[in-house]
Design a protein around this ligand. Structure first.
Ligand code: F6P
Length: 550
């Protein structure tokens, strides 16, 4: 990372202080840390609403944590939080407020931005969603032939897909029987083609979700879905089978969706922070307005924790600081999120956009190069499946991978035998990662000398354990808000704008140009028309090869 620097947290004495603690602790051993403090397992733990977090299995001590907490002070995190909650235009490159927290404020709350109480606007839309969802759920909303809706297909991508798709799986136990949702995002026709396979158009409702209503993947899928429906039922059927979720009324109307059937949100909701807005319409249809509202209450409870708890007892802040500790000082580049919950199968994919689109930045808020490492690669799949795939590398590989383990005391199913086994693995893995098995212990088991090194576990692999009573809508809201605010805190420390995403633009522009070249009947050429080559020699050759293979 090059470019001039600007006085930030990274240049502060507090940063150097953390560095000194890193030097002191870089060769530390979790066995020693636990031996030195018999209360460590309960000291480094906190409760945030229903989420209990144990962060004792980290390569740090109270002094290092104290130094990390100073980073939050230097970043003036408190002021930054207040600015977000007050609706200040903290998304500086797009000159927008960042107010996903308003999406879950209670009906009687007030938050005035530019003369408008945004909370009352939020509840108008929530009520509209609730009325519509209830009609679909109880069969009052009819398709063109008078049949009730049995399948809802959400068409959207990124933040207009990942959140509802993740939460639809997470809240499987709360869905209405006989009504299912499918999620189409990829412009690969296999996605839409597979989603409509076997469906009766007369019983299918499409929710076209796009903040901008200009996203090419979503509009391409929406047009093809419209053709599929019109081929079966005629043009007059469209209003019965298409609704939209967007901020862009004109584009929705241009597409041909009745704006009476449009559910709006606002430019102060970032796409990746939007599934608790109208973008969650498909989810609300699936789980019902009451469960959706309970989820919003969970979000709000975590918002309040983040807004009010002292930083030393503030879970999003602690998780954020641990991320900074490993990324910026230990040099780790990835972070694993490992839910021991099958229903959270899409949680890491959801977090990938939340974290990586928000904090995958190398230019700071002043427009100069960041001199620290910013957001890590976030990845993970549910335990126990990961254990039989990639945990080998976490245990015995050469890279350090901090991880979050997420588990629940009570399952949403009656198979208790399974749940205890699942949770036994959940607990066993963090123990094994942290404490490993020494060569001496391996020898004492009678293992032949030539296998001792292979069977030794170095341990010292850090993890946070997050436990909640049950994966309910309320708890899901808390979990998502936890990560949202962790991202916010890290953005504050790195002095980056976590709310823009300019890095996705170049690929979109080039794809539009190349699409024209792929579908053109002109002879392939490498002229950009302005004397410059349209593409590099590799891309040109690949385009020509694709065209000749078609
Ligand atoms: O290309 C990235 C992105 O802009 C995301 O930030 C966003 O969630 C996604 O595209 C979809 O955008 P839209 O909801 O406007 O279709």
């Amino acid at each position: 990372m090059s470019g001039p620097t600007t006085p930030t947290v990274i240049d502060s004495p507090a940063w150097l202080e953390v560095k000194a603690h890193f030097k002191r602790l870089q060769a530390t051993d979790l066995r020693n840390l636990f031996a030195a403090d018999e209360d460590r397992g309960t000291t480094f733990a906190l409760q945030a609403v229903d989420l209990f977090a144990d962060y004792s299995k980290h390569l740090m001590d109270a002094d290092a944590l104290g130094a990390l907490l100073k980073l939050a002070e230097v970043a003036e995190l408190r002021g930054q939080i207040d600015a977000m909650f007050a609706g200040e235009r903290i998304n500086v490159t797009e000159d927008r407020s960042v107010l996903h927290v308003a999406l879950r404020m209670p009906r009687d709350a007030t938050l005035v931005v530019d003369g408008v109480n945004v909370v009352s606007d939020v509840h108008v839309v929530l009520d509209q969603m609730a009325t519509f969802s209830t009609r679909v759920r109880n069969g009052d909303w009819k398709g063109a032939t008078g049949k009730a809706i049995r399948t809802v297909i959400n068409i959207g991508i990124g933040g207009s897909d990942l959140g509802p798709a993740m939460a639809y799986d997470a809240l499987a136990a709360y869905r209405q029987e006989g009504l299912s949702c499918r999620f189409v995002s990829n412009v690969d026709g296999a996605d839409l083609w597979g989603a409509v396979a076997g469906l009766d158009p007369a019983e299918t409702l499409f929710v076209i979700s796009s903040k901008t209503f200009t996203t090419v993947e979503t509009l391409t899928n929406a047009r093809s879905a419209r053709t599929w429906l019109v081929d079966a039922l005629g043009t007059d059927a469209v209003p019965h089978h298409f609704v939209a979720v967007s901020t862009n009324t004109d584009k929705v109307a241009q597409f041909g969706i009745d704006t009476a059937n449009m559910f709006r949100f606002w430019d102060w909701v970032g796409g990746r922070y939007s599934y608790d807005s109208a973008i969650g319409l498909s989810l609300m249809i699936a789980v019902g307005p009451d469960h959706f509202r309970s989820m919003l209450e969970g979000f709000h409870a975590m918002d309040e924790h983040f807004r009010t708890a002292p930083f030393a007892h503030n879970l999003p802040v602690i998780l954020a600081l641990l991320g900074v500790w490993y990324g910026d000082f230990f040099g780790t580049q990835t972070h694993a999120v490992l839910p021991y919950s099958h229903e959270l199968g899409k949680f890491a994919a959801y977090l990938q956009q939340l974290e990586m689109e928000s904090n995958g930045k190398s230019i700071d808020r002043n427009g100069v190069g960041v001199t620290a490492q910013t957001g890590p690669v976030v990845w993970g799949t549910p335990g126990t499946n990961g254990q039989h795939a990639y945990y080998q590398l976490i245990h015995q590989g050469t890279v350090l991978i901090p991880s979050d383990f997420i588990g629940f005391a009570r399952p949403n199913h009656p198979l208790d035998v399974h749940h205890n086994l699942l949770m036994a693995n959940f607990l066993a893995q963090t123990e094994a990662l942290a404490f490993g098995k020494t060569a001496e212990e391996v020898r004492n088991e009678g293992v032949p000398e030539h296998l001792v090194a292979h069977k030794t576990f170095a341990g010292n692999h850090p993890s946070t354990t997050i436990m909640a009573p049950q994966l309910t809508p309320h708890v899901l809201g808390q979990l998502v808000a936890l990560y949202e605010h962790k991202v916010f805190t890290q953005g504050a420390i790195w002095n980056i704008n976590s709310f823009d995403q300019w890095g996705v633009e170049l690929g979109k522009v080039l794809a539009t140009r190349i699409n024209a070249e792929l579908t053109s009947t002109d002879a392939p050429s490498n002229s950009g028309g302005d004397g410059r080559a349209a593409h590099d020699s590799s891309t040109t050759a690949l385009i020509n090869r694709y065209r000749s293979m078609r």
